[in-house]
Ligand binder design. Structure first.
Ligand SMILES: *[C@@H]1O[C@H](CO)[C@@H](O)[C@H](O)[C@H]1NC(C)=O
Ligand SMILES: *[C@@H]1O[C@H](CO)[C@@H](O)[C@H](O)[C@H]1NC(C)=O
Ligand SMILES: *[C@@H]1O[C@H](CO)[C@@H](O)[C@H](O)[C@H]1NC(C)=O
Length: 192
């Protein structure tokens, strides 16, 4: 008897799930979303690669990265800046020179997250401002031991052309000194 009730419950749930999905497509925007989701059923993910230079300038007239939370001295004097948070709006260029073609901006924050070395938690969105992906973005979230010759970060998502994106980025310092870092990036994005 109980089993029969359970069965009925599942039948009801599975019958109504598609109905619920259907009723939400009443507006034009939802219909467009439905079509986009349907496309996913048969479209193969595409692979897109980007190469650019990221300019993080921490002092001087062209500063683009601001320390907004200092490393708390109350914890312990930290050589690794443990606890400091920077927020930034950094240009991305085609070549290492800041005067070269602008490809986009990287907006986000990094917080010094290691007591042993210079290593930050990097959370940023790369917005493309030129080319075929103008206006689309991908988001990176990961650990960045900034003095290591090569770092790798996960791409956790995207917008526009990069909806539901996954991927990874590799980075290495082209220049790194007390006033700035110019970082070479390769980004590999799997998207629809
Ligand atoms: C990128 O898109 C913005 C907003 O639509 C537009 O103003 C700008 O001219 C575009 N840039 C390029 C290089 O196409
Ligand atoms: C990016 O890719 C280029 C070409 O494959 C390679 O020479 C360079 O070392 C790579 N840099 C990083 C940081 O992955
Ligand atoms: C950092 O490197 C840049 C580019 O090479 C240079 O212009 C700048 O003077 C350097 N700053 C310091 C503090 O060494």
């Amino acid at each position: 008897m109980e089993k029969a009730v359970l069965k009925l419950f599942f039948v009801a749930v599975f019958m109504f799930i598609p109905l619920l999905g259907h009723s939400s497509s009443s507006t034009e925007e939802n219909r467009e979303l439905d079509r986009w989701f349907q496309k996913l059923d048969y479209s193969k993910p595409k692979l897109t690669r980007f190469h650019f230079y990221f300019h993080d300038t921490v002092s001087g007239p062209d500063q683009t990265s601001l320390p907004v939370v200092p490393s708390p001295k109350s914890i312990k004097p930290s050589l690794t800046l443990f606890g400091q948070v920077n927020i930034f709006d950094n240009p991305l260029t085609k070549e290492p020179e800041i005067t070269s073609e602008r490809l986009g901006v990287a907006q986000g924050l990094y917080s010094f997250a290691s007591q042993e070395e210079y290593s930050v938690l990097l959370a940023m969105t790369i917005v493309f401002t030129s080319g075929t992906n103008n206006g689309s973005s991908v988001t990176i979230l990961g650990r960045n031991p900034v003095l290591q010759p090569r770092r790798e970060f996960p791409i956790v998502g995207g917008t526009g052309d990069f909806r539901l994106a996954r991927g990874f980025a590799t980075a290495s310092n082209y220049v790194a000194n007390a006033s700035m870092a110019i970082v070479e990036y390769n980004v590999t994005v799997l998207h629809y």
